[in-house]
Design a protein around this ligand. Structure first.
Ligand code: ADP
Length: 424
């Protein structure tokens, strides 16, 4: 893999990770991996429907110091934060056993390593060496800022780099398109943690939304003469029908009633059986749900997909004027309103931040899956300090928080993506 030499971000100091690495492994690291967290600026709950989103890399990251060990094929894993237990295992027989509890931190790492090893042929796999790793992470967790994905990606990159496997192989799992978005001058994004945490694995909320979108697509597809069993995502349905987002919004209003659908109602609409519906449309943990809000969920998805397009267009045509900033802020506020009212995935703590933010930001919305986690606000540069102080005084202090505000509410600039760093 060609290694690009570039400086580490100013925010990343390697002294403490080097010292910890050397004291444990008695050598210096051969390379570093940095994978940033990310905040989604707009486009929530539309990715799994087949629509684009607008993520921005953060300065907070998962940072690894790594060395290879020629003497044994073992993974050795330590974390700078002592609350994460050290771990070691043979590299040729990685086992990841999950039970109902939340995964252990090192299991995320193992997923990244195993994913890469499984792509290697037997000869390549036989060449693997041991890996010695020290992890240091600064991404707030379970806040919708992708700390666990960053850990998995960092592990995959470390494995790839240490075995000199070509990276491109890894990311061809789906054709991905991306376009650079130039963000506005004169304003920055501020992230604020609501202090409410949602564990996606422990509730059916998230999966029920995925299923509601699928059912909405299947019912609209059926009414438009398609075989509903082949319809999975609202975005794919739009492509098959060859219509615009506005036309999808009109179809949603015409075909899906506002009243929640019962499971029997869905079965009737699709002219199917409960067994077939369970098998083709539902997931094991959504089979007992009896009420589905299809009209509301589909309306959110199509309107949110439109807002992403408008956000992108506004950034592209940005003249630097205040009007563009107002427009972007307005799109973010409307996104939150829709997530709260139509998608029902907000949380009272998130709504409180949104209310407090009204006078001082151009727009504020929840970011990530919702039901807790963070908000992201677009804030004119001159108001950032006032806004941060307002949240400290009126949101965090009344909740009993007395320190550590800088990791709860912070401004963020767009940062570099994931990279391998080698000492020169
Ligand atoms: P997120 O939305 O931030 O990815 P999750 O709840 O899905 O939140 O994942 C958080 C988990 O990721 C943590 O419980 C931990 O196991 C792992 N993790 C995140 N950051 C670190 C870190 N710096 N060190 C070790 N494990 C981490």
């Amino acid at each position: 893999m060609p290694v690009e030499i570039c400086p580490l971000p100013k925010t990343r100091n390697v002294d403490s990770i080097n010292a910890a690495f050397e004291s444990i492994y008695k050598k210096t690291p051969t390379f570093y991996i940095r994978v940033p967290g990310r905040v989604n600026l707009i486009g929530e709950h539309v990715d799994y429907c087949g629509y684009g989103v607008c993520p921005m890399a953060l300065e907070q990251d998962i940072f690894l110091a790594v060395a290879t060990d020629d003497t044994q094929k073992k993974l050795n894993l330590h974390n700078l934060d002592k609350k994460y237990e050290s771990y070691e295992c043979p590299l040729d027989t990685i086992e990841i056993v999950l039970n109902d509890a939340a995964p252990k931190w090192y299991q995320y790492f193992l997923c990244g390593v195993k994913g890469v090893l499984e792509l290697l042929g037997e000869t390549e796999r036989n060449k693997i060496k041991g890996l010695e790793v020290m992890v240091d992470g600064s991404i707030p967790q379970s806040a919708g800022l992708s700390s666990s994905s960053a850990l998995v990606s960092a592990a995959a990159l470390a494995t790839t780099h240490s075995f000199q496997v070509c990276c491109a192989k890894l990311i061809e799992f789906e054709p991905l398109r991306s376009a650079e978005v130039q963000l506005p001058p004169g304003a920055v994004f501020v992230i604020a943690h609501s202090m409410a945490k949602m564990n996606k694995a422990a509730t059916t909320d998230f999966n029920s939304r995925v299923v509601e979108c699928r059912l909405a697509a299947q019912i609209i597809g059926q009414r438009k003469g398609l075989d509903w069993t082949g319809v999975r995502r609202l975005g794919d349905l739009q492509k098959t029908l060859g219509v615009t987002l506005d036309e999808m919004i009109a179809l949603t209003k015409e075909i899906l009633h506002e009243r929640p659908y019962s499971k029997e109602g869905v079965i009737r609409e699709l002219n199917t059986t409960s067994t077939q519906l369970d098998r083709l449309s539902l997931t094991p943990n959504t089979r007992d749900i009896q009420s589905f809000k299809l009209h509301q969920r589909a309306l959110h998805v199509f309107n949110e997909a439109k807002r992403v397009q408008q956000f992108y267009e506004t950034c592209k045509n940005m003249t630097g004027g205040e009007d563009s900033l107002l427009l972007l802020g307005n799109l973010m506020s409307r996104s939150h309103e829709s997530l709260k009212e139509l998608y029902e995935c907000s949380h009272e703590a998130l709504d409180r931040i949104v209310d407090l933010a009204k006078g001082l930001t151009l727009g504020t919305r929840l970011t990530g899956a919702g039901w807790g986690g963070c908000t992201v606000s677009l804030v004119a540069s001159e108001n950032v300090e006032k806004f941060v102080n307002l949240l400290i005084e009126s949101f965090y202090k009344p909740l009993g928080v007395t320190d550590g505000f800088e990791s709860l509410v912070f401004r963020t600039e767009p940062m570099d993506g994931a990279r391998v760093y080698t000492p020169i």
